[in-house]
Design a protein around this ligand. Structure first.
Ligand SMILES: *[C@@H]1O[C@H](CO)[C@@H](O)[C@H](O)[C@H]1NC(C)=O
Ligand SMILES: *[C@@H]1O[C@H](CO)[C@@H](O)[C@H](O)[C@H]1NC(C)=O
Ligand SMILES: *[C@@H]1O[C@H](CO)[C@@H](O)[C@H](O)[C@H]1NC(C)=O
Ligand SMILES: *[C@@H]1O[C@H](CO)[C@@H](O)[C@H](O)[C@H]1NC(C)=O
Length: 627
């Protein structure tokens, strides 16, 4: 017995277990790769054997042993009977405490040549080594096998035989290093107390990371079984002429120690019972190696084999037991709007292998890989932090006054501020009223007032007294505008303009400063104009105005009355500066396009809302300073 206890101690600190057990000590906080405590997997679990001595009736048996000089001792004979506790030798006796109860054993029925001892586990476990201590002589042939799929398929770990080539047709690792068969543990002596030892990771593997795929393929088990194939008698038995049951022999095993640990991929240092698992009580056994990992490193699962729900930003990895790198799972950025995320290879590759987490089921009216924006139909309330559940508010666009976005059947507001896209002539963040100078809120928006001033938004009736001017200038209008030209059918227009998105365009307010600067611009026209409407023509924009006063004109004669201004930068950002708001009057100083005679408005132009004092000042500058 002393012999195997010493061996057991040796194995404990051998290279085999080093990979797993060395990381155990790295701290119960599990900051690095960690592994739960190792123990005897047979503790608390049932061992299955084909037979048990004395199951049906009392059986007689004799045990033989030898002295150190191989001379035979007196045989000891006894009876076994499974029904009587003190004569019973059930399989559980192999799995009780080998320290507290070293003298208990399992014994087979008599004359069994083939026997099987099997340990079924309720989950995957790491298996590092097995130690069997025989009471009977060890078999001349046996095989140790494991299953990784709960007994569906089996693979041999090791064959044992006194003659590997004769029994199995295999090489013997005594003569050929690394062979799968060995003759080391099959000799008839000692007749009692003989050991069989096997390590799952033999030295060529021992330097390896225990969590690597190769090591796991070797270490992972769900079942372990030993097939005893051929019995051998103690050589002393043939000397015992008095033995009554001359031929009757039994297999008998004191201890069946299966060393291993919970299978956690380096992500846990503690395990609890798998759901439904009830440990088998055995004398002297208090420590059971349980199979359900208490996962760290943001991992989850029975074996920490995947990332926790909100931690799938990177592919899952086992910890590295060699370097200690924990390889923890990284959190997805979901702005507090999702409880889970999944790893997406396309997103991962697109990010240059930095972030592959895609949030699942974005809540609170958000959407996007990171739930980072409001859904269509919602807008960002800037007064709330984005992580707040009410950061995205429902758009409230007036169903009549709001325009549809291109290629869309719904009205969506600007997700950044909630402003709705308005139909022509319509104003307000929700597009619920006519702009100043427009009337007739309806399906096609609002129409420009046919007045010099503003008009009643409901009836279109002119409010100011300036109608007379209108009739006066009707001829001018005809000379400039071709009414049959379809582009002026403004009702069909659905385009966007700065005027309908006044909130979107921020233009610097211009001031009339140094007269020299004003003159230096060499404006070719300076007019007072009332803005009637604006039209996006796709390639360019046109603003209909009524010229009310001509302060300066150069090459072309500018008449009072309706005319078109051509803002240059209209289509760039969907707006133009300076802003020309319909319904308002401006002083506009700019350049004519020589080729076409068009009145251009661009960033060089001077535009300021009309005031008579401003008009007087500009006239004065034109006369006094610019010549
Ligand atoms: C014990 O009895 C059962 C059925 O009663 C029988 O199948 C089995 O072979 C018997 N075992 C032995 C060792 O006689
Ligand atoms: C094994 O058996 C073969 C054939 O039976 C025999 O030739 C060989 O010598 C044996 N080897 C040993 C080591 O006994
Ligand atoms: C990115 O990740 C993929 C998949 O994990 C891998 O095949 C590829 O080599 C990685 N590329 C880089 C540049 O690391
Ligand atoms: C008005 O437009 C139509 C169609 O574009 C054109 O045929 C006609 O010549 C134009 N009339 C004037 C006066 O420009």
């Amino acid at each position: 017995m002393e012999g195997w206890l010493r061996l057991l101690a040796l194995l404990g600190c051998s290279a085999v277990a080093a990979g797993l057990s060395s990381v155990v000590g790295v701290g119960s906080h599990c900051e690095k790769a960690c592994n739960p405590r190792m123990g005897n997997l047979a503790h608390g679990r049932r061992l299955w054997t084909d037979t048990t001595c004395g199951r049906n009736s009392t059986e007689l048996y004799c045990s033989y042993s030898e002295n150190a000089d191989l001379t035979c001792k007196q045989p000891k004979c006894d009876k076994c009977n499974a029904a009587h506790t003190h004569r019973a030798h059930p399989p559980s006796a192999m799995a009780d405490s080998s320290f507290r109860l070293p003298r208990t054993w399992w014994q087979s029925a008599e004359d069994m040549h083939k026997e099987k001892i099997q340990l079924d586990l309720e989950a995957e476990f790491y298996f590092t080594h097995i130690i069997m201590v025989f009471k009977s002589p060890r078999p001349t042939a046996m095989v140790l096998e494991r299953s990784q799929d709960f007994g569906k398929t089996w693979k041999p770990y090791k064959y044992f035989s006194t003659n590997c080539s004769a029994t199995f047709g295999l090489d013997d690792d005594v003569t050929k290093k690394g062979a799968i068969c060995t003759s080391r543990y099959s000799r008839p002596f000692p007749c009692t107390g003989g050991e069989v030892i096997f390590r799952a990771l033999s030295p060529p593997y021992s330097a390896e990371d225990p969590y690597s795929a190769d090591a796991q393929a070797q270490l992972k088990i769900t079942n372990l079984r030993v097939q005893l194939l051929k019995r051998q008698a103690c050589p002393c038995q043939s000397n015992d002429l008095n033995a009554k049951p001359q031929q009757s022999q039994h297999y008998a095993i004191y201890d069946f120690i299966v060393k291993g640990s919970c299978f956690c991929n380096g992500h846990a240092d503690h395990c609890v019972p798998v759901a439904g698992f009830r440990p088998v009580k055995a004398a002297g056994v208090f420590q059971v190696v349980h199979g359900r990992c208490m996962c760290k490193h943001n991992t989850a699962g029975l074996h920490c084999q995947h990332c926790a729900p909100l931690y799938n930003d990177q592919p899952w990895q086992a910890a590295n037991g060699k370097t200690g790198a924990p390889k923890e799972c990284r959190s997805c950025k979901c702005n507090g709007h999702a409880g889970t995320c999944h790893f997406d290879m396309d997103a991962w590759l697109a990010s240059g292998n930095r972030s592959g987490g895609v949030c699942d089921n974005c809540q609170h009216n958000t959407e996007g890989q990171h739930c980072q924006r409001c859904k269509p139909g919602f807008y960002r309330d800037l007064r709330r932090p984005f992580s707040a559940p009410d950061a995205c508010k429902l758009c409230s666009c007036h169903p009549v006054g709001s325009a549809l976005l291109p290629f869309s059947t719904n009205t969506f507001c600007d997700p950044s501020n909630g402003d709705c896209p308005c139909k022509p002539g319509v104003a307000g963040p929700q597009c619920d009223r006519c702009m100043v100078g427009y009337w007739g809120f309806g399906e096609y928006g609002c129409r420009p007032c046919d007045c010099a001033g503003s008009c009643d938004p409901l009836t279109g009736d002119c409010i100011s007294s300036a109608d007379i001017v209108w009739h006066h200038e009707i001829s001018d209008f005809r000379s400039v505008f071709n009414e049959s030209e379809p582009t002026w059918g403004w009702e069909d227009e659905q385009g966007f303009s700065a005027l309908r998105h006044s909130g979107k365009c921020e233009c610097k307010e211009q001031v009339l400063g140094n007269p020299k600067v004003f003159c230096g611009m060499k404006y070719t026209y300076v007019v007072k104009a009332k803005i009637l409407s604006a039209h996006d023509k796709g390639s360019h924009a046109e603003v209909n105005v009524k010229i009310k006063k001509v302060l300066k004109s150069t090459k072309f004669k500018i008449l009072r009355g309706k005319r078109t201004l051509y803002p240059e930068s209209w289509t760039n950002r969907g707006c133009t500066c300076p802003i020309l708001n319909p319904g308002l009057e401006y002083l506009v100083a700019g350049h004519e396009e020589v080729r076409t005679g068009r009145l251009i408005v661009n960033m060089k132009s001077f535009v300021h809302q009309w005031k008579s004092a401003l008009g007087r000042k500009v006239l004065e500058i034109l006369k006094r300073d610019c010549n």
